[in-house]
Each structure stands twice: as structure tokens, then as C-alpha cells.
Design a protein around this ligand. Structure first.
Ligand code: VG1
Ligand code: CO
Length: 561
């Protein structure tokens, strides 16, 4: 046991240590400023108040540049601040869902996740720090506000600089910090999450599907980890456990700069997967983001499953997953901009449906209250109450379970869904890294438009289609569990036929502004047309009403989903 003493280091506040949609995200260079990271970590630890004394915390990151250095800072600061036990993923690596799993399994006071998720990494890329609470979910706004408030007044931080810990090797080390016992546990990054997944899904059924041991042709899959954190998880789950050949999992080594890949599983940044599945003839493809909480699902020929549809299909097929058969299904939920296909499933199955603001933190209260089983976002996030984060590997397993049970292709499953429910055409346009000023101006003009009482009833036309505004607002959410109110969550124009146009400014960027435009429209019959065609008139109206092109100077979006 090493014996060390802690010291208090004087510091002054940094501006802007305000967590956004999902933690504090800034350029790596910002975090590298002297005291910057320590200030924020101290703010996180101080926000725990007395609960920090003798508690356990989890820490891990997505393997990106700076993770190891920051794990080391946290090892030294957690001990100095009275934490009794720190659980760290080997090499400092833990996916976001794995952190949530560990927090819950070992009943810790929370965890610190080192990730900027889908944002690029490397010395010139992004870094991020996120705090999750004892329920395993992202800290709610009350906690992140407290963290921020502390960061604006901080004058010192506590650190025990002499603690050293080998995070490359699994094992336990004990330290005496100012005479208090401090234990650091380095654990396998995958074991606990894998153990949980085994309890949720019928691994035998999926193994039969992937190996052909049921007498059918094996389903060939391609899983692209985009050099993010999921590599070790995907290899263990899909290859070792489920028998997929090794070449099925690609880009499976977590790299500090993601090998130059932008680890965002969508049609633009994961185009290499789309092309590979088109050429390779696999019947299933999936990609995950840097920290492993997002997923993209493709079928044969790279048939794209829109995330809003993916959520609705999983909801409609929960009986293919043993976990839900065992525990039953409480309610369903989606974030506000997410397409409303889920609502139709909820209505048909007589389940409660909740609509929350963007960001996973809003689902946690409903889950903790036993009112929510399955939820998702249009931004490639899907998950359930098995943990309190979205879970990419879980989503791929959910799909494989449905395919195994229904013995249908991805496309057949989707088309059957549209036949049953009709189709909520959905698209999202992202305008990334715009200038902040003009975007904020556009947003405030739209805010005025929706607060103007004459907007309701106005008719907009394009391409021979007319839409009448039935409701216009800036989405405001009252949490049904604790009644907390969250305002200003996106501009909505809802038309009389249920079509919607939504505008938001991203809260996960590290600089500049990203505008998100979400457009949705429902068709009962004509379900097989191209979404960009089906939504053309509404898109045109959205761009005209907002003067988006004029404000941003962008003719085309960076990413279309
Ligand atoms: C985006 C998505 C949101 C998601 C968030 C975090 O937020 O739109 O749905 O919850 O990223 O995902 P924003 O504010 O940029 O629109 V992750 O995988 O980056 O933690
Ligand atoms: Co993520």
C-alpha cells in the first residue's frame, strides 16, 4: 500500500465549463490548458457534496486522445477528495453503456465518462467529460447546473499527485491518502456489459442465425466500430460469443484519433460501411459511434433503417427479446424531434408514450419510476431500461434477435411494419460548424414566428402541396416524475395533417453552431417512395420559412439522414 498526502492547488475559474446536451465538450487543446481539466473534475466531485466521502465511482473513456491522461488526473483527484474506491476500465477504456452498466451493477455514486462521443478525436479534435449519477444515467440539468456554478467560483482543487496506477493491467491497488483507504480497481472493459447482454437476449438463437447451425444459410454481417470504443465489445459479442467470422467486425481497434474516421454512424460518415455492405452482400450491417451508444442499422444491399423506424420496429417486436418477455413492457418514449412511428406502435399496444427533449438524460426519471422500458432518438440512439444510456451493441442485438425470430430480412421487416402502420417519413438535415451569430438570429426569428398568434392557421404551399399550421411552439417539457421544467427545446411547426418541421441548435458541438432541421410527414398507403421526394415540399417550406440558406450561407446540409 502506498502512503500519500494530498495538496490543494490554487486556481481561477475558466469561462464556459457548462455541460451541453451530453457533457462538457471542447477542443482537446482547451482541455490541455493548465488547470482546465482539474477545475472541471473538481467541480464534478464537489457537486457530490458529502456523498463523496467513502463512495465508489466508475471512470472510463472511448479511447480517444487525452483519455489516459485524464484518467490519471481523476485517479489522483478522486482519492484526494475522499472517494474510497475507483473502478476503471482497463487501458482507461469503457463504452458509455458499459459505464452505465458498471454504475448500476456495483451501486456506485456515479461515474465519469471521458468522451466527445461522435465528434472527431486526436490532438486537433474534441474531448469531453460527462458525469453520470447513481442510477447510471447522464446527470440531469439540476446537477449539471450545480457543476457549472461551482466551476464559476472555483479557487482550488485537491490532488494527490504521488498516486500512480497502472491502468494497463487488470487488478486492485490500495493506497492510503491522508490516512484514508483508497482502492483502485482496474477491470476488464467488456465482462460486465457482456454478462448483462447475455441475460437480455437469446444468444443461442442469434448464434444459430449467424452460424447457420439451424440449417439455414448463415446470416453474414458486417459490424463497423469506426475505430471507436466498441471494437473490443463487438469482437467479444459477435465473434467469440455468437460465432460470426472474425472479418465480420472491422475498424475494431480503438484509436486515439479514430484513424482519422469521424466516428458518427450515419450515411455520410459511415459511408464506407454502406459501400462495403452493398458490395459484400451481407444481410446485416451496423456501425457505432466513438463511445458506443449510437447505432446505424443496414439490411442487405445497404437498405437503410431510419433510426425513428428502427425504434418503432423494435417496439413492435419486443416479444422477440427474452428480457421484455420476462419483465413486461412499461411505457415507450422518444425525444421530441424523433419521428412519430413509435407513437403508432404505442397506441396499438396500449402503452404509454412519452415525448421528452433531446438528450438521454430525460429518459432516466421515467425509467427509475418504472414507467419506461424502451426509448430512442432520431440521432441513432436506441436503448432500454437495462441501463440508463443508449446502447449501440444492444440495438444491433435487438435487430438480430428480431431477424432470428421472424426469419425475415431487414427490408421485409420494415416493409411489413409500414404495411401495418403506414410510414412516418422522416429526415434530418444537419448544417455543421456554421457561424454562431447568424444561427442564433435565425433561431430567435423562428422563436418569434411561433410565438406570434397569427402563425396558427397560416397556410404554406410548395410542390403542389399545402400545409396549414395547427400548432406552433418552442418545445417545453415538464417531467412527469419530478415536475421539473425544461424550456426552449426546439422550434416546432405542426401542421393539420400531423406533419412536422422542427429546428434546433446542437448542444454537442465544441465550436461554432450546428443547425438541425427535422422534417416529418405520414403516409398510410404510398410507403415505398424515397423520403427525400416524399418530404420535398415540406423541406422547401422549412427552408423558406426559416431563411436558413440566407442566414447560414449554406446551400446544402453537411449530413442528411
Ligand atoms: C445530439 C443528438 C442527441 C443526442 C446527443 C448525444 O445532440 O441530437 O439526440 O442525445 O447528440 O449523443 P445535439 O444537441 O447535438 O443535437 V452522443 O452519442 O453524442 O452522446
Ligand atoms: Co455517443
Amino acid at each position: 500500500m502506498s502512503r500519500v498526502t494530498s495538496t490543494k492547488v490554487n486556481t481561477t475559474p475558466f469561462e464556459g465549463q457548462k455541460p451541453g446536451t451530453s457533457g462538457l465538450r471542447k477542443k482537446v487543446k482547451v482541455f490541455q490548458q493548465e488547470h482546465y481539466t482539474e477545475n472541471f473534475i473538481q467541480s464534478v466531485l464537489s457537486a457530490l457534496g458529502d456523498r463523496i466521502d467513502g463512495c465508489t465511482l466508475v471512470v472510463g473513456g472511448d479511447g480517444r486522445y487525452l483519455v489516459k491522461e485524464v484518467v490519471d488526473i481523476i485517479v489522483k483527484m478522486a482519492g484526494a477528495n475522499g472517494v474510497k474506491r475507483l473502478i476503471i476500465g482497463q487501458h482507461g477504456v469503457l463504452s458509455t453503456p458499459a459505464v452505465s452498466c458498471l454504475i448500476r451493477k456495483y451501486q456506485t455514486m456515479g461515474g465519469i465518462i471521458l468522451t466527445a462521443s461522435h465528434n472527431p478525436g486526436g490532438p486537433d479534435g474534441d474531448f469531453g467529460i460527462k458525469f453520470n449519477c447513481a442510477n447510471g444515467g447522464p446527470a440531469p440539468e439540476s446537477v449539471t447546473t450545480e457543476i457549472y456554478n461551482i466551476s464559476t467560483k472555483i479557487s482550488s482543487y485537491s490532488i494527490a499527485s504521488d498516486i500512480s496506477c497502472d491502468i494497463e493491467t487488470i487488478g486492485t491497488t490500495s493506497h492510503s491518502v491522508d490516512g484514508r483507504l483508497y482502492i483502485v480497481d482496474v477491470v476488464d472493459s467488456v465482462d460486465d456489459h457482456l454478462h448483462l447482454l447475455r441475460q437480455i437476449f437469446d444468444f443461442d438463437a442469434v448464434r444459430r442465425l449467424l452460424t447457420g447451425s439451424d440449417g439455414n444459410e448463415p446470416l453474414r454481417i458486417r459490424i463497423d466500430c469506426l475505430n471507436g470504443v466498441t471494437g473490443p465489445y463487438a469482437r467479444r459479442v459477435f465473434c467469440d460469443e455468437l460465432g460470426a467470422p472474425h472479418e465480420s467486425v472491422v475498424h475494431s481497434q480503438p484509436l486515439p484519433d479514430f484513424g482519422g474516421i469521424h466516428p458518427d454512424p450515419n450515411l455520410t460518415y459511415a459511408k464506407s460501411l454502406v459501400d462495403a455492405v452493398k458490395q459484400g452482400g451481407q444481410g446485416f450491417g451496423s456501425a457505432f459511434d466513438g463511445d458506443g451508444d449510437r447505432n446505424m442499422i443496414l439490411g442487405e444491399g445497404a437498405f437503410f433503417v431510419n433510426p425513428s423506424d428502427s425504434l418503432a420496429v423494435i417496439a413492435n417486436n419486443l416479444d422477440c427479446i427474452p428480457y421484455f418477455k420476462r419483465l413486461g413492457v412499461r411505457g415507450l418514449a422518444r425525444s421530441m424531434p424523433t419521428g412519430c412511428a413509435l407513437d403508432r406502435v404505442a397506441a396499438a399496444k396500449k402503452l404509454d408514450l412519452f415525448e421528452v427533449p433531446t438528450g438521454w438524460k430525460f429518459f432516466g426519471n421515467l425509467m427509475d419510476a418504472g414507467r419506461l422500458s424502451l426509448c430512442g432518438e432520431e440521432s441513432f440512439g436506441t436503448g432500454s431500461n437495462h441501463i440508463r444510456e443508449k446502447d449501440g451493441i444492444w440495438a444491433a442485438l435487438a435487430w438480430l434477435s428480431i431477424i432470428a425470430q421472424r426469419q425475415q430480412s431487414v427490408q421485409q421487416i420494415l416493409e411489413a411494419h409500414w404495411d401495418e402502420y403506414g410510414r412516418n417519413f422522416f429526415t434530418r438535415y444537419d448544417y455543421e460548424n456554421c457561424e454562431s451569430g447568424p444561427c442564433e438570429k435565425m433561431y430567435s426569428e423562428l422563436d418569434q414566428l411561433v410565438s406570434d398568434s397569427s402563425t396558427v392557421g397560416r397556410e404554406f404551399s410548395s410542390g403542389g402541396k399545402s400545409y396549414t399550421v395547427a400548432k406552433a411552439d418552442n418545445f417545453c417539457y415538464t417531467d412527469p416524475v419530478d415536475q421539473s421544467v425544461t424550456k426552449n427545446q426546439g422550434i416546432r411547426l405542426i401542421f393539420s395533417d400531423g406533419s412536422r418541421v422542427v429546428f434546433r441548435l446542437s448542444g454537442t458541438g465544441s465550436s461554432g453552431a450546428t443547425v438541425r432541421l427535422y422534417v416529418e410527414s405520414y403516409e398510410r398507403e404510398n410507403t415505398k417512395v424515397d423520403p427525400q421526394v416524399a418530404l420535398g415540399p415540406l423541406l422547401d417550406i422549412a427552408l423558406t420559412v426559416s431563411k436558413l440558406r440566407e442566414h447560414t450561407g449554406r446551400q446544402e446540409p453537411t449530413v442528411i439522414t
